[in-house]
Each structure stands twice: as structure tokens, then as C-alpha cells.
Design a protein around this ligand. Structure first.
Ligand code: ADP
Length: 495
């Protein structure tokens, strides 16, 4: 099968979050299963910093955007370590900017135009480069127009009749909503601007567009696929999801263990695996304590957080517990994140009040993220909502037990340690249900007590966590099944 994977970010070229990791790892896993994937993404300024070869193709894509015709070049590279081609739409006015979607805290004012063009260009690329494609796999609002272009324009053309589109929701909270006049940029007929298709409370909604026109919809975990069919997780689109529930599947993201594996990770002070993790993690812990200016104390539980500093990630709960307990509890915190200025300020103040106990880096550093994963004892993810979450999966592999709120993908992957789950050998972390600071506090207290007072149980749970297999293998197969089912349904419907 031939899959065109359209995405607004792809690691290691461009990344703001988990979507970039998925865009790297899923096409690679599909290719390992014998399928042909092609990745298409914008040529942001940052892609050149990845240090990977980029060939400038001697072709142009020309697309209408409103009344204009916009031209772009095409750069070609490969997903590192694979034969998966990556095409980058090189339109400097739109993409040669400091950020992917925003700069200095504000969204780019022309984001609608930038991604209308990207969707048009991705479709045009098929024709220009004579690509063989069976499935258009679209991701999040930035690619939401592709299923609409397929259905409303391309399927009437020779050679496109058989194509199907899949719309994957990585995060329902980001929908690409723009004022109604941006409909003119899309070039689609106003007849589609109605509450069943592209319109949402008077605005143009690009995620809704994708969900409406795609042949099948996926969310990045089974639990999240259910949660978004009602409020508040549906973020206003719950009715759309309910209408499409027969075509909606939840497929959990996987981990690329060639990148996230403590046995081979080049960023670590010492490599380790499930057989020698105690010594390995101890060395990595000392290294992280040193790097983040924490007191170098092997016995003190080290709790980590890595992620976007956004409401979604439960930072208010985390800050609340740190404010209350940082002095009393003998624990340390290793925090890495970038995001909302108010959270940056809050964490900066907390770190300043508790030197040696709270280590903070307000940077985007992949290498430090790896070192924190390896050196901490517990990973904190008290998310308000979490479509899948990747860091808890990395943490499992690195023997850093996740402490999570049981929502979305966190509920699907973390099994709370209690008497029954410990006895059954299924416990791999700690979780709580209600989004309350007290719940996080109690769950953390429980985890810290087990770390201190029941070392054998702790070791057993770390063993459970490290032995679990969350690789892409299973999930990629589920996507292949979905592609096949969708193609078969489309063929039946058009015969
Ligand atoms: P989301 O996609 O909601 O941001 P995920 O847990 O699915 O959350 O994925 C986040 C990814 O981004 C992980 O690979 C995580 O390590 C990475 N990440 C987030 N913030 C940072 C940061 N400041 N430095 C390095 N990596 C980060």
C-alpha cells in the first residue's frame, strides 16, 4: 500500500510536540511492514538545522489561495535511517519564520492561509511528482482541508477516484478556527460552509472539515476516541464525532525504541536495561542532579516533568503540590518545558525559592529530555486531558514510574499500583482520577512511600514497566488494517 502522510511537523526536522514523533515513527513502522509511505510537511526555517541532506527538486507546485496563485519549491530528504521520502513544501513567505505556528506567544495571523496552501500543495505534489498514493493520512487541523479537497475536487479527476483519506486527531483542543471570510482562501464552494461540514458557530473550522470529509477518523488512543464523543473533551465537536462514531477508531501511539531506549541512548551518562537498571539509573540520576544544580543525593526520590507548559499538562496541580510540599517533603524535582509565560514565571519562582530541590530548564532540549527520563525515579503527568501522551511510554522503558491522571492515553497505558495489580504483575505506575491537587498530592505521597518503604515492590514494578512493549509494531498493524478496511469500503461504495 502507498500512504501519503501529511503533517505539519516531523521529527527530527521540526517538532513542537508528540505529532512530530508520530510523523517520524509511524511512516517508518509502515515501511518496515512492507508498505510505502511518503511524508509531506512544510519547509520551516528550522528544518535546515536538523543537519540532514535536503535536495532541492527541480519542480514547482502552483496552487490557488483565494484569488492569488502561490508557487513553492520542493525539498526532498528521507526520514533518517529509512527509505521513507520526506517532501518539504518550500514557500519561504509562509514557512521561513522563527516558529512553526506562532512567535513570541502569538499565533501567526495568516495561519489559515499558510495551511490552506499546504493542503493544496500536498495534493498538487501527487500530480507534479507522479506519486503513487492509495491513502491520504492527515493529521490535525493543519491538514483538515485535504479530505475536503479529495472529496469535493480530486475524486472527480482521473487517477484520484480510488484514493481514501484518514483524519487522525492528535489533539481536539486545537481546531484551526478562523473567521468566516477565510472560507474564500480555501477555494471551496460556500455551499460547504454549513453547520454539518465546515462551519462552527459562524467560523471556519478546519478540524471539523477534516472530520466531516475524511473516509475514516482515528484518535491516538482508544480511551480518547471515546472521551471526545462527549463534553468537555469533544471541545464542541462531540456531535460531529458522534455522527462519525462508526468510522472512528482509537489507535494508541507507539514508541520508536531505536530512539527511546536506555540500552542504546547516546545522551546518557550510562546505558542500562531491565537487568542492570539500578546501577545505571543511579549514575544517570547523579548526572541529572548535577546538570540541574540539585543536591547530589542518591536516596532522595527524583520526580520529573517534561512537556509543554500549557493548561492541558496539569501544571496548576503540579505547582500547587510543589508550593505546599517542596519544603516538607524530602524529594527533588527535575522540570523541563517551554510554553505559557505565566507557567514559566511560576516555575522560575518556585525553583528560586527551593535551590537544590527544584531544578528547572525552560528550554526545548531533546538531549536533556532523554537524560531526565533516565535519571528520575518518577515521571509526573497530571494532565487535564491527554490524547495519548508519549512521555509516560518513554518513562516506562526508562524505569521511571509514571504518576498520571487517568485520562485518555494515560488511562490506556498506566496501570495503578495497588494490591491486586502488584500481585497480578500488571502494575506499572500510579494514577488518580479526579483533577484535584489533593488527588495528585495523595498519589505522589503513595508513590514516594512505596519507593522508600517497599523497595522490593518498587523494583518489581520497575521490572514490569521496563519489560512492556509499546513499540509501533502493533499500532502500525492496526493502521494497516484500517487503511485496508477503508479502501475496501470505498471500493464497495463506488462500484
Ligand atoms: P504533546 O504532544 O501534547 O506535547 P506528548 O507527550 O504526546 O505531548 O509529546 C511530547 C513530546 O515533546 C515528547 O517527545 C517530549 O519529550 C517532547 N517535549 C516536550 N517539551 C519538551 C522540551 N521542553 N524539551 C524537549 N522535549 C520536549
Amino acid at each position: 500500500m502507498n500512504i501519503l502522510f501529511a503533517t505539519s511537523e516531523v521529527a527530527p526536522f521540526s517538532k513542537t510536540g508528540g505529532l512530530a514523533d508520530v510523523s517520524y515513527a509511524l511512516p517508518k513502522a509502515l515501511s518496515q511492514l512492507g508498505h510505502h509511505s511518503i511524508v509531506v510537511s512544510p519547509a520551516y526555517r528550522i528544518i535546515r538545522q536538523a543537519g540532514l541532506p535536503l535536495e532541492s527538486l527541480d519542480i514547482e507546485v502552483k496552487c490557488p489561495v483565494g484569488r492569488k496563485t502561490v508557487t513553492a519549491g520542493v525539498l526532498k530528504s528521507h526520514i533518517p535511517g529509512t527509505d521513507v521520502p520526506a517532501y518539504f513544501i518550500d514557500q519561504p513567505e509562509y514557512y521561513d519564520r522563527p516558529g512553526l505556528y506562532r512567535d513570541q506567544g502569538s499565533e501567526y495571523a495568516d495561519n489559515c492561509e499558510r495551511f490552506v496552501f499546504f493542503c493544496r500543495a500536498a495534493m498538487q505534489l501527487i500530480e507534479t511528482c507522479k506519486l503513487t498514493v492509495d491513502v491520504l493520512h492527515c493529521n490535525d487541523w493543519q491538514t483538515g482541508l485535504i479530505p475536503a479537497y479529495l472529496q469535493c475536487e480530486y475524486r472527480q479527476r482521473c487517477g484520484y477516484e480510488h484514493l481514501v483519506s484518514i483524519m487522525t486527531i492528535h489533539n481536539m483542543a486545537y481546531q484551526g478556527q478562523f473567521w468566516h471570510w477565510d472560507m474564500l482562501l480555501t477555494g471551496l464552494d460556500w455551499e460547504y460552509f454549513n453547520w454539518r461540514q465546515m462551519e462552527f458557530w459562524g467560523n471556519l473550522n478546519l478540524l471539523k472539515t477534516g472530520l466531516t470529509f475524511a473516509d475514516a477518523v482515528t484518535a491516538v488512543s482508544p480511551r480518547y476516541a471515546k472521551e471526545i464523543q462527549s463534553q468537555p473533551m469533544g471541545c464542541g465537536l462531540e456531535d460531529v464525532l458522534q455522527t462519525r462514531r462508526k468510522d472512528t477508531t482509537g489507535i494508541i501511539n507507539g514508541v520508536d525504541y531505536s530512539i527511546w531506549n536506555p540500552e542504546t541512548d547516546p545522551h546518557l551518562a550510562t546505558n542500562f536495561d531491565a537487568s542492570n537498571w539500578q546501577a545505571g539509573k543511579a549514575a544517570c540520576k547523579t548526572a541529572v542532579q548535577r546538570e540541574l544544580h540539585l543536591v547530589e543525593s542518591p536516596q532522595t526520590p527524583l520526580l520529573g516533568f517534561i512537556g509543554r507548559l500549557a493548561d492541558q499538562k496539569g501544571l496548576d496541580l503540579l505547582a500547587d503540590v510543589m508550593q505546599k510540599r517542596a519544603t516538607q517533603w524530602d524529594v527533588q524535582w527535575a522540570l523541563l518545558g517551554t510554553g505559557e509565560p505565566r507557567y514559566q514565571q511560576l516555575l522560575t519562582e518556585l525553583a528560586a525559592e527551593h535551590p537544590g530541590k527544584i531544578g528547572l530548564s525552560l528550554a526545548f532540549s531533546d538531549a536533556l529530555a532523554h537524560r531526565i527520563e533516565a535519571g528520575i525515579d518518577m515521571f509526573l503527568m497530571p494532565s487535564r486531558f491527554e490524547p495519548c501522551g508519549l512521555n509516560q511510554l518513554y518513562s516506562l522503558k526508562y524505569g521511571s514510574l509514571p504518576v498520571v491522571r487517568a485520562t485518555g492515553g494515560l488511562a490506556d497505558t498506566v496501570c495503578d499500583a495497588n494490591e491486586a495489580t502488584v500481585a497480578a504483575g500488571t502494575a506499572n505506575g500510579f494514577s488518580f482520577l479526579d483533577y484535584e491537587p489533593s488527588e495528585l498530592e495523595q498519589t505522589l505521597a503513595r508513590a514516594v512511600a512505596m519507593y522508600r518503604d517497599q523497595p522490593e515492590t518498587w523494583q518489581q514494578i520497575v521490572g514490569n514497566a521496563m519489560h512492556q512493549d509499546w513499540s509501533w509494531h502493533t499500532s502500525a498493524r492496526q493502521y494497516v488494517d484500517l487503511y485496508e478496511r477503508t479502501i475496501a469500503a470505498h471500493t464497495r461504495a463506488t462500484q
